[in-house]
Write a protein that binds this ligand. Structure first.
Ligand code: AMP
Ligand code: ZN
Length: 474
């Protein structure tokens, strides 16, 4: 069964064919690190994670690059206005790179909490100015870009395919759009590749004078550097389609002369009370805030991946509670099966084998159908229901079912695993300590830590009330 996926570029569901059999290259627009990423941002990142995990489930290897934007992303995604990072740096009276480091660390910690498979590389924009300048030079040489003073702009009328991703043709844009007041541009839709602004804190030397790169050129230059001039997937949230990704295509294809990305995957917004979750609206939650409220990290992950990526996800606390119950059902099934000891005749009955095959194949087929996650989850829960009903189950059958659930969970990533050699009493104490800490009962939390230590274990605290149990050394 092969994967079919909606491609924003063709406006159609298409069969996925990697450029190289078995090897997939994927680029995801990552966070702008001027604040904690919110769960709306993570919905988009998790769509990429789900897709990547599913490709890996189907035995493909995925090279995944996610950039970190630490310069050049201006408010309102426009050419004019404050740089998001610099504005935060001024507010906090800090260096922009210090702000970037703090929020990059926060992003990485939250990604780990959400069990996102790490990208192969997280290139930072400020560390790739040389590659951006080289691409801008190429665009000037080829006549796609022009210099005005110390600014460089892309001339959108020179790229015949401008609009092919978003459907925004220049005619439509010019007739409907607000007219930008910028005398330097040849056409209102031209966008900045390199900007001169003496007030900007982060500046670099360039052939056109000191300045900083436009936001769009970052992704073009870094993706080509790490994945080459052509690759399979580019992902982002729906607001990235225009102008960001449209401009990325004009730049990259202009510079390389080749078709760049084959499949464009965009996640629809996460909403709160009918509105997009966004920093500017202030209607946001971060992963840390939800964990502080006592929600489990795997429930947050489950909630964010459990609705179709091409539909808006309406965020509610009830949705998170439902996610917790769903995970408990999966975990409980695995735990109960793990206790089966009866050997029987050691073979797996035909009906059990059928149950397992139906579940794994159904899950696979559902995700092949444009990542139909609701249908895929329905297969999982039917499987669990069927497994719970089995009578006289033997340990080979139980193991077969657990293996299948764990295989499915390589895509979902929601079952929490504890190392097997830690006995249940220790795990129970660690859970009790986590609750004591949430209740701010520090005395009980310390007592438990000591009790666990006497039994030869250490509870290592991790961000967001998470923990890891380790055997004491020596
Ligand atoms: P930013 O940090 O602003 O560059 O955004 C990072 C990613 O989050 C981008 O791919 C955006 O498209 C995406 N994004 C922003 N808000 C939302 C939202 N409410 N729902 C889903 N994705 C979002
Ligand atoms: Zn980007």
């Amino acid at each position: 069964m092969s994967l079919r996926l909606y491609n924003t570029l063709s406006n159609k569901v298409e069969e996925f064919k990697p450029l190289k059999p078995g090897k997939v290259k994927m680029y995801s627009c990552g966070p702008t690190v001027y604040s904690h990423a919110h769960i709306g941002n993570f919905r988009s990142f998790l769509v990429a994670d789900l897709l990547k995990r599913f490709l890996e489930f189907k035995d493909m290897s995925v090279t995944h690059i996610m950039n970190i934007t630490d310069v050049g992303h201006l408010l309102e995604d426009a050419d004019e206005g404050a740089d998001k990072l610099e504005e935060e740096a001024r507010k906090q009276n800090k260096d922009p790179l210090e702000i970037a480091k703090f929020f990059t660390d926060s992003f990485m910690a939250a990604s780990e909490l959400l069990n996102m498979r790490p990208a192969n590389h997280y290139p930072r924009a400020t560390e790739h100015i040389k590659e951006m300048i080289e691409m801008v030079e190429k665009l000037i040489d080829k006549g796609y870009a022009y210099v005005v003073g110390s600014n460089v702009y892309y001339d959108v009328t020179k790229f015949a395919d401008y609009g092919k991703l978003s459907g925004n043709t220049l005619d439509d844009l010019n007739s409907g759009a607000r007219i930008e007041v910028n005398d330097e541009k040849r056409n209102p839709q031209d966008f900045a590749l390199w900007k001169h602004d003496p007030k900007h804190i982060q500046q670099w030397d360039s052939p056109w004078g000191r300045g900083f790169p436009g936001w769009h050129i970052e992704c073009s230059a870094m993706s080509v550097k790490y994945l080459g001039a052509q690759f399979d997937f580019h992902t982002g949230g729906e607001d990235n389609i225009f102008p960001h990704h449209e401009c990325e295509i004009a730049q990259t294809e202009g510079a390389t002369g080749k078709k760049w990305v084959n499949y464009w995957v965009h996640a629809r917004f996460l909403m709160v009370d009918g509105e997009k979750m966004s920093k500017s609206k202030g209607n946001l939650y971060t992963i840390g805030e939800l964990i502080e409220k006592g929600f489990r990290k795997n429930a947050i992950r489950y909630a964010l991946i459990s609705s179709h990526y091409r539909q808006n996800y309406n965020f509610t606390f009830d949705g998170l509670k439902a996610a917790e119950q769903a995970i408990d059902k999966i975990t409980q099934c695995v735990l109960t099966l793990g206790e089966v000891t009866g050997q029987g005749d050691g073979s797996i009955r035909g009906e059990v084998k059928e149950l397992i095959d139906n579940a794994v194949n159904g899950f696979d087929e559902a995700l092949c159908d444009d990542l139909n996650i609701s249908k895929a989850l329905a297969f999982l829960f039917d499987f669990i229901k069927g497994a719970n009903k089995l009578v006289d189950i033997n340990s080979a059958e139980a193991k077969g079912i657990i293996d299948a659930i764990e295989k499915i969970d390589t895509v979902l990533g929601v079952i929490e695993k504890q190392s097997e050699d830690i006995d249940e009493e220790i795990i129970r104490l660690a859970e009790e300590r986590k609750q004591a800490k949430l209740d701010k009962n520090w005395q009980r939390a310390d007592e438990i830590r000591d009790e666990v230590a006497v039994k030869g274990f250490v509870i290592e605290d991790k961000p967001g009330h998470d923990y890891r149990i380790k055997r004491k050394e020596g």
